[in-house]
Design a binder for this molecule. Structure first.
Ligand SMILES: Cc1cc2nc3c(=O)[nH]c(=O)nc-3n(C[C@H](O)[C@H](O)[C@H](O)COP(=O)(O)OP(=O)(O)OC[C@H]3O[C@@H](n4cnc5c(N)ncnc54)[C@H](O)[C@@H]3O)c2cc1C
Length: 409
């Protein structure tokens, strides 16, 4: 993929990854035509606030707007659906309220992210999924008058929404299929701690539970759910937060491998196409750090991948590939949960700190640090990130973690 003669670039998807790619293209001196296409209306926004400040009614659309430099000099095609990609003609077919058209390109950034897994239940009224600002606003209006809420899925979004319900004084029950919410991501120690933080505040978490049936009232709106064990939970609002799937419908006829996201090599180049790269939630790339294919759904990863993908398109990238120890955060009850690295396959979890709401855990494998995660631990996780990236031994990581927490004692 030579990249250097690219003159007309389209960025498909104008969110964290897409905007980041556009900015990096300009920063790196790309002077050709740059078009950013997205089905959503208006400027990009901080999607993580959809399940936090926006849902709680604390943040407006303007508040969550992502800074957009005036000198980007791009054509922003918002409210524009990308219908398909013609890989031979190198054109996108897009449609707007006024019709459809074809947009030719010689470089393409695939940054269409992901979408919430749809609700599998037949009842629609009062049943929500959360991905966009509009989803959040719709749910917020109903949340304001709901007397009780059931949340299906105890992942980050489900638990953040439970925390928002708590802040609004609305009782919430989380129904989670796994034995311990978030345990696959955070390990069992921090998972148990998170459950405690919720239950201490009155959020009920029903683990190892699945929904067998959703019941509607005479008005067609959700009224109750029955769990597989027979328990019935009354509710005025049901949030279905059961994960997401990559937004690849527009690539269906390309013959590309999009089953687990858009398949890329270690440099985010889409396999089988010239001058086409992918970034963010949609990209399934081989992470050189772990030597395995991954799709990461975190904001910072999308921003970083957007920048790398732009450099890849211009041929000024690091040829070793996009290597990353993924970082994410989640805000619950006014506290920040953060994690860096991968807890997958860890054989050691050291709880460095557990003090009230605070907890910091260092995870290792065969004596080498793999990940660090903590809640209400200030900048400790961020400051430990270089150690995770360097793969230092567990003793060094644990000692440094202890030092970082000392001033707070
Ligand atoms: C509710 C919620 C809370 C989150 N909280 C956190 C958090 O606290 N911390 C964290 O690290 N991460 C969080 N995330 C994840 C983070 O927001 C994502 O990782 C990030 O937004 C990914 O950016 P992206 O640009 O890859 O994709 P997206 O943000 O999904 O953007 C893709 C864009 O492509 C557009 N698009 C898709 N298909 C088409 C099409 N066919 N035509 C036109 N446009 C299209 C979409 O409209 C969208 O604007 C959260 C996500 C959600 C949904």
């Amino acid at each position: 993929m030579p990249g250097v003669c690219v003159q007309k670039i389209i960025v498909a998807g104008a969110s964290a990854a897409g905007l980041s790619a556009a900015r990096e293209l300009r920063r790196r001196g790309f002077t050709g035509a740059l078009t950013l296409v997205d089905r959503e209306e208006g400027r990009p926004y901080r999607r993580p606030e959809v399940s936090k400040g926006v849902l709680q009614g604390l943040l407006s659309r303007e508040d969550v707007g992502v800074p957009w430099p005036d000198d980007l000099d791009l054509f922003h095609r918002d409210a524009t659906e990308i219908d398909s990609l013609d890989t031979h003609a190198r054109e996108l077919t897009v449609s707007t309220a006024s019709g459809s058209e074809r947009l030719p390109f010689d470089g393409l950034v695939v940054a269409t992210g992901a979408t919430a897994r749809p609700s599998p239940f037949p009842v629609a009224r009062g049943v929500h999924t959360l991905r966009t600002f509009a989803d959040s606003r719709r749910m917020q209006a109903e949340l304001a008058i709901a007397r009780r809420v059931v949340i299906v899925g105890g992942g980050f979004i489900g638990l953040e929404v439970a925390a928002v319900c708590h802040a609004l004084g609305t009782p919430a029950i989380v129904v989670e299929a796994a034995a311990a919410p978030l345990a696959s991501v955070l390990g069992k120690e921090l998972s148990a701690h998170m459950v405690r933080l919720h239950t201490d505040r009155g959020v009920r978490i029903d683990a190892e539970a699945t929904v067998a049936e959703v019941h509607a009232g005479p008005d067609g709106a959700v009224r109750a759910v029955t769990l597989a064990g027979g328990t019935t939970l009354q509710t005025d609002l049901l949030l279905v937060a059961i994960g997401s799937r990559p937004e690849v419908g527009w690539l269906a006829d390309t013959g590309l491998d999009v089953v687990q996201g858009v398949r890329c090599d270690h440099t985010l180049a889409v396999e089988g196409l010239q001058n086409v790269v992918a970034a963010g939630d949609v990209a399934a790339w081989t992470n050189p750090r772990y030597d395995r294919r991954m799709r990461v759904e975190h904001w910072t990863n999308a921003v970083d991948q957007g920048m790398y993908a732009a450099r890849r398109l211009l041929g000024v990238h690091d040829e070793a590939g996009f290597s990353s120890a993924p970082y994410f955060w989640s805000d619950q009850f006014g506290m920040r949960l953060q994690s860096v690295g991968s807890t997958l396959d860890h054989d050691e979890a050291v709880v460095v700190e557990q003090d009230g709401d605070r907890m910091l855990v260092v995870y290792g494998r065969q004596g080498t640090v793999q990940a660090v995660a903590g809640i209400a631990t200030g900048a400790a996780v961020i400051r430990l990130r270089p150690l995770v990236e360097a793969g230092v031994d567990m003793d060094t990581a644990r000692a440094r973690a202890g030092e970082l927490l000392l001033p707070r004692r």
